[in-house]
Design a protein around this ligand. Structure first.
Ligand SMILES: Nc1ncnc2c1ncn2[C@@H]1O[C@H](COP(=O)(O)OP(=O)(O)OP(=O)(O)O)[C@@H](O)[C@H]1O
Length: 238
């Protein structure tokens, strides 16, 4: 992690309201490059809203969200989409997979926005990632996968283009304890200097993160830095 380096993310005075009610009120947030941050807190506390603001999916009513030198809160929609495509891997709570495609086809989808046909090396990388995450790559249509396999497919897809930022919303929510441990270890092993912000309630994920930010009623109520736990299984390199 870039200890002492300038933050890769600087948020200031971020506010989001829905129907006149303030959902998020974050005066300041800085994240160091390569850090592993868990965003936790009770249901409805604003975690997904903050993640979407950090991803540029949701424009805050107020404030700045500066990644590197780009204030994504000021970008037009198309520029924001382009910035996200170039920089961010996203794991959504509801996965956003296409059921009628194979898992490997879902994982290679991000590549189809930039390439007419998926380059063979990205196809191989997709298969390698699915293998690392224990998903049968071509065997079935995605709709036949279990919820846990779908979740792991969504994580593999977020990693395909080796984004510098990974934002994940409850990436272990559908997994049993062993799978959650394995997926967390694989995810973290695959981070080569990536900055990760993970919304989670899962102690298995939290113990592997260096920083735990807790939200309540849309505000940061605690922000703790500590030594993360070591992986429980041998780290696999995708
Ligand atoms: N589009 C919207 N319109 C109105 N209210 C919304 C909207 N999106 C979120 N909210 C409200 O904002 C609050 C925060 O929601 P958010 O999904 O960010 O919480 P969360 O901490 O991620 O919750 P969970 O752990 O249950 O996923 C909730 O009260 C939710 O109902």
């Amino acid at each position: 992690m870039g200890e002492g380096a300038p933050p890769v993310l600087t948020g200031r005075d971020i506010a989001v309201s829905f129907a006149g009610k303030t959902i998020l009120d974050v005066p300041a947030l800085a994240v160091q490059p390569g850090d592993l941050v868990a965003l936790t807190g009770p249901s409805g506390s604003g975690k997904t809203t903050l993640l979407h603001v950090l991803a540029g999916i949701l424009r805050p009513d107020r404030g700045s969200v500066v990644w590197g030198e780009t204030d994504i809160a000021r970008l037009r929609q198309s520029a924001s989409d382009d910035w996200r495509y170039r920089n961010v891997g996203l794991v959504f709570q509801e996965f956003h997979l296409i059921d009628q495609l194979s898992p490997v086809h879902n994982v290679t989808l991000p590549a189809t926005f930039a390439h007419f046909t998926v380059p063979p090396e990205l196809h191989r990388r997709a298969q390698g990632l699915l293998d690392d995450f224990g998903v049968p790559a071509d065997a079935h249509l995605t709709r036949t996968l279990s919820r846990g396999e779908r979740q792991r497919t969504a994580i593999a897809r977020a990693l395909l283009l080796e984004p510098s930022i990974l934002l994940a919303d409850e990436p272990t929510a559908s997994l049993d304890e062993d799978s959650a441990r394995q997926v967390t270890d694989t995810l973290i092993a695959s981070a080569r200097g990536q900055t990760m912000v993970i919304v989670t309630h899962d102690p298995i994920v939290m113990e592997r993160c260096r920083r735990i930010i807790r939200l309540e009623h849309g505000r940061i109520v605690s922000d703790d830095v500590r030594e993360p736990a070591k992986p429980s299984v041998a780290e696999a390199a995708p």
